[in-house]
Structure formats: structure tokens, C-alpha cells
Ligand binder design. Structure first.
Ligand code: ATP
Ligand code: PRP
Ligand code: MG
Length: 286
């Protein structure tokens, strides 16, 4: 290990983002705790100390400049009002923060004036209602907000929606525009100087996201069809084209968006490509 100060990073100790965050850091080459009761883990080789904290508290620690960086949800950062800012969106933990009310009750955001709205994100909701010029009474709950209407504590709710199945089970339906599109993010104290080690962490995280979002395609193609085939697989910069021992044929290799792989394989087949292989990318730095 070199002698720069340890980078101190907060991670969710439980909840929806905890496992996926730890999986991403492992993929990026960092050590993670093996016992879910551990509060701190020192990754000496990478010069990082990980602190496992309640997801809701992470923005607070980072905003108070107690820790250099934190992994949390965008909704949690904004709700906290902490003096921290988003550095990188991580491509997982995607949710929407939305209003909901009993199904088919015809609610609009304007109707919320003077009503009771239950939420566990009162900072986020309060700021949104203020921007909309709607004055309502916020009922602050810790969780299981979907039950608040049935139990008569609120007229509507504002909560995190992923699949929508919790709302459905409670007989509720979303209304109005989504208040926020959230996902897991990396945060730092607002305006902080870049701590040593952040550049490396960002490169590694970007590498994990690229490896998850792209695949590698290899195929053989005759010279007269190379240009068309290469336009189907332009790669990030440009495809790698190598001559084959077989006269007038080339081997082509390029990265392709993982979601489009089946379609691209079909198109290459139509163009006349042979030996089309798609493989996962285990890791990368671009
Ligand atoms: N299916 C999901 N349900 C809830 N939150 C999710 C889901 N998927 C991703 N998230 C994100 O995870 C974060 C919420 O985490 P968690 O569920 O641990 O919070 P919480 O239950 O409110 O926290 P706490 O346990 O501290 O009260 C938010 O950023 C949210 O957008
Ligand atoms: O749209 P869905 O896929 O159903 O997911 C969203 C639900 O999951 C979360 O609850 P969580 O399990 O975190 O419990 P909590 O309400 O006690 O925080 C969130 O608060 C919603 O209730
Ligand atoms: Mg929760």
C-alpha cells in the first residue's frame, strides 16, 4: 500500500441497495465484509476504509464531511437536504418516487391542497409541493407507507415505486408525473476537493458498468460485405478487423450494447457473416 490517507467510504449496511452496492465494489476489485454484522472493513491493498451505515444516514455523514464518499439513492440524498452532491450514477437501484391514492379515485396533484399525504421522504415531498405551489399536510412515517390510506391516517401517499406490486397489493394507483427518477449514486461533500483514490474508483466503477452493459461480438465476413457488417458493429471507437488465412475474408471484433445483441446477431447473419460469437466482458477499462 502507498502512504496516501485512507479513502473513507460509506456503504448501505442493509436495505434495497446494500447487496448490489457490495457486489459492484467486489467486481471493481475492492474487498467487502464477509460478515453482515461488521461495521467497518479496511481494504488495505486499495487504501480504502468502508463504513457500513443505515442507507438514510449516508448522505448525512458525507454532508458533514466525516466521510469522503458514500453510496446511496438519489432520492435519499435529496430527501436528506445534506450538503453533499452526486458524483456518478451507478446504473442499478432504479425507482420512481410517486404519488398514489385509492385506485380509480381520479386524483391530480392540484387536488392535494389541504389533504394529508403520508411519506417517509418528507424532505423530497415538501420541496416538490412547494415548487408546485401546493400546500398539504405531510404525515411522516418510517415505512410501510402504503397502509396509511387504508388505516385512515392519510388521503394519499408519496413513496418509492419499483415494480408497483406493493401499491397494487394495497389497492393504490399512481397519479401525477413522477416526482423523481432515482437510482444508486456515488456522493461526495458538496464542492469537495477530489480525494486521492477517487479517480481510480471512478475508472473502476465505469469499467464495471461498461462490462455489464456491453458484450463482445466476433464474426467472419467476406471482403465485399465488410463495410456493411462493420456499420452494424461500429464498436466504441472502431471495430478490430484482421485478415483471415482464408483469401478475401476478415475476422471482425467489436463491443456491442448487451441488450441489442440478439438483434445485431440477426443483422450480421442477414449481411452474410459466419461464425458469429457473442461473449460476456468480465472487466474493462476504456
Ligand atoms: N424495490 C425497492 N424498494 C425500495 N427502495 C428501493 C427499491 N429498489 C431500490 N430502492 C432504493 O433503495 C433506497 C431505499 O433503501 P431502503 O429500502 O433500505 O430504505 P428504507 O427502508 O427507507 O431505509 P431504512 O431501513 O433506513 O428505513 C432508495 O434509494 C430507493 O430508491
Ligand atoms: O414497487 P415495489 O417493487 O413493490 O417496491 C416498492 C416498495 O418497496 C419499498 O418498501 P421496503 O421493502 O423498503 O419497506 P419500507 O416501506 O418499510 O421501507 C418501498 O417503500 C415500497 O413500499
Ligand atoms: Mg425501505
Amino acid at each position: 500500500m502507498n502512504d496516501r490517507p485512507l479513502l473513507r467510504i460509506a456503504l448501505p449496511n442493509k436495505g434495497s441497495l446494500a447487496e448490489a452496492t457490495q457486489a459492484m465494489l467486489r467486481e471493481a476489485g475492492y474487498a467487502q465484509r464477509s460478515d453482515s454484522k461488521d461495521l467497518v472493513l479496511l481494504d488495505e491493498a486499495n487504501g480504502v476504509e468502508f463504513y457500513y451505515l443505515r442507507p438514510r444516514d449516508i448522505a448525512v455523514y458525507v454532508g458533514e464531511r466525516t466521510l469522503d464518499l458514500g453510496f446511496t439513492g438519489r432520492d435519499m440524498l435529496l430527501d436528506s437536504g445534506a450538503d453533499a452532491e452526486e458524483v456518478l450514477a451507478l446504473g442499478f437501484g432504479g425507482t420512481r418516487f410517486r404519488f398514489a391514492a385509492p385506485a380509480a379515485s381520479g386524483w391530480t396533484v392540484a387536488n392535494l391542497a389541504g389533504q394529508r399525504i403520508a411519506t417517509s421522504y418528507s424532505g423530497l415531498l415538501g420541496a416538490y409541493l412547494e415548487r408546485q405551489g401546493v400546500s398539504a399536510r405531510l404525515i411522516k412515517l418510517d415505512g410501510a407507507v402504503e397502509s396509511a390510506v387504508r388505516l385512515g391516517v392519510a388521503d394519499a401517499i408519496a413513496d418509492v415505486v419499483e415494480t408497483g406490486s406493493t401499491l397494487k397489493r394495497a389497492g393504490l394507483e399512481v397519479f401525477g408525473e413522477p416526482i423523481l427518477a432515482s437510482e444508486a449514486i456515488l456522493i461526495q461533500p458538496r464542492g469537495a476537493q477530489e480525494p486521492a483514490g477517487l479517480g481510480l474508483l471512478l475508472r473502476r466503477l465505469a469499467g464495471v458498468m461498461t462490462a455489464r452493459n456491453y458484450k463482445m461480438v466476433d464474426y467472419n465476413i467476406a471482403a465485399d460485405k465488410l463495410e456493411v457488417a462493420a456499420s452494424v458493429t461500429p464498436g466504441i471507437d472502431s471495430p478490430t478487423v484482421s485478415p483471415l488465412a482464408r483469401e478475401g475474408w476478415f475476422a471482425v471484433r467489436a463491443m456491442i450494447p448487451a441488450k441489442q445483441a440478439p438483434l445485431i446477431m440477426d443483422e450480421l447473419w442477414e449481411v452474410g457473416a459466419e461464425g458469429i460469437l457473442v461473449t460476456d466482458i468480465a472487466a474493462c477499462r476504456l
